[in-house]
Design a protein around this ligand. Structure first.
Ligand SMILES: Nc1ncnc2c1ncn2[C@@H]1O[C@H](COP(=O)(O)OP(=O)(O)OP(=O)(O)O)[C@@H](O)[C@H]1O
Length: 308
């Protein structure tokens, strides 16, 4: 299938130029199983500086595989068969992510781009305190950072995600699930990356905690201006928090557009089906959700659409 994503839409509603921080071009990821599974096929997207880009789609459509591949966290049997991932550093340099050496990749992750994945709270080391884990990550990237600054920065990131800095001395088992997930988000923010990829970061949490953390993420993005790729199968949630949404189906990005436009004028039949499958919605964009889906806006050929 031909994929004609258009990248000339990098303009804000007022016509001003929008800066790209990450460009993914025609990325294809194959699991070399028997038979091989093409989990991501020719995926292309542009992430704008400071935006929240939602990535939606049903279970198994390839969201996690795409997220891991962007960050080169994929493991065999997954293999990037083709494509490009370019990080447009705020310092002016373009970084070819797929060409980074292992050493360069270690420096790149956390510092430029960080990831919070589903159940990340279980990734905290159970036998070391929050303080030690934040310190180790900081010092791995900023060797020689004075102790006072390590302490100060660690306390600051915890405060930012709504965790009392007195928790620095806690072990993970002494924290609730919500708090542990907040600590992971703090860890992801520690080095002030320009991009955070969040893969179902709140799915394991109860709805109230989930909402609190999401509110926090949106607030932090407003304050600190990092860009987020936010992955979930929960389209109503994405409609509330995202600036733009990409919809994946069977490994392909079938539609990409501004969240409200996508809600009101979903072009792809699958997006409309996805929208129609949620019984009720609430929140900022909830007002116009479920007011009816525009059946007339579908493209005749089902091609990929990108609208700013
Ligand atoms: N190790 C593997 N070997 C073979 N196929 C795999 C492997 N891991 C994932 N897949 C396949 O790749 C496809 C995409 O999986 P992926 O986990 O990326 O989807 P997803 O959209 O993130 O799903 P979910 O929302 O359930 O996490 C699925 O068809 C899955 O079966």
């Amino acid at each position: 299938m031909s994929t004609t994503l258009q990248h000339d839409h990098a303009c804000a509603a007022d016509g001003s130029r929008v800066d790209a921080v990450l460009t993914v071009e025609n990325l294809t990821v194959v699991y070399e199983a028997d038979p091989p599974v093409t989990a991501v096929r020719n995926a292309s997207l542009t992430l704008h500086r400071g935006e929240i880009l939602g990535l939606a789609g049903e279970s198994g459509c390839g969201k996690t595989t795409l997220a891991y591949a962007i960050n080169r966290l994929h493991r065999p049997p997954a293999r990037i068969a083709s494509g490009r991932v370019t990080f447009h550093d705020s310092a002016g340099e373009d970084i070819d992510v797929l060409a980074l050496t292992d050493v360069e990749l270690r420096a790149f992750r956390w510092e430029k781009l960080s990831m919070v994945f589903q159940g990340a709270m279980n990734a905290l080391n159970p036998v070391t305190t929050v303080r030690a884990q934040l310190r180790d990550t900081l010092l791995a990237h900023r060797p020689g950072l004075p102790r006072a600054q390590v302490r100060e920065r660690s306390a600051e990131v915890l405060r930012r995600v709504g965790v009392d800095p007195r928790r620095l001395g806690s072990f993970p088992h002494e924290l609730s699930g919500g708090m542990r997930q907040r600590v992971m988000i703090a860890m992801a923010m520690l080095l002030e990356p320009q991009v955070m990829i969040m893969d179902e970061p709140t799915t394991a949490l109860d709805v109230v905690v989930q909402r609190e953390i999401l509110t926090e993420i949106v607030r932090l993005r407003d304050e600190l201006d990092f860009a987020v790729i936010f992955i979930t199968h929960d389209l109503p949630l994405l409609l509330e928090i995202s600036d733009r949404i990409a919809v994946m189906l069977a490994g392909e990005i079938v539609e990409l557009g501004a969240a409200d436009l996508l809600y009101r004028h979903a072009r792809h039949a699958y997006t409309r089906r996805l929208l129609g499958s949620f019984p009720s919605l609430s929140g900022a964009r909830g007002a116009f959700i479920r007011t009816g889906v525009d059946e007339t806006a579908a493209p005749a050929d089902g091609t990929i659409e990108e609208r700013a």
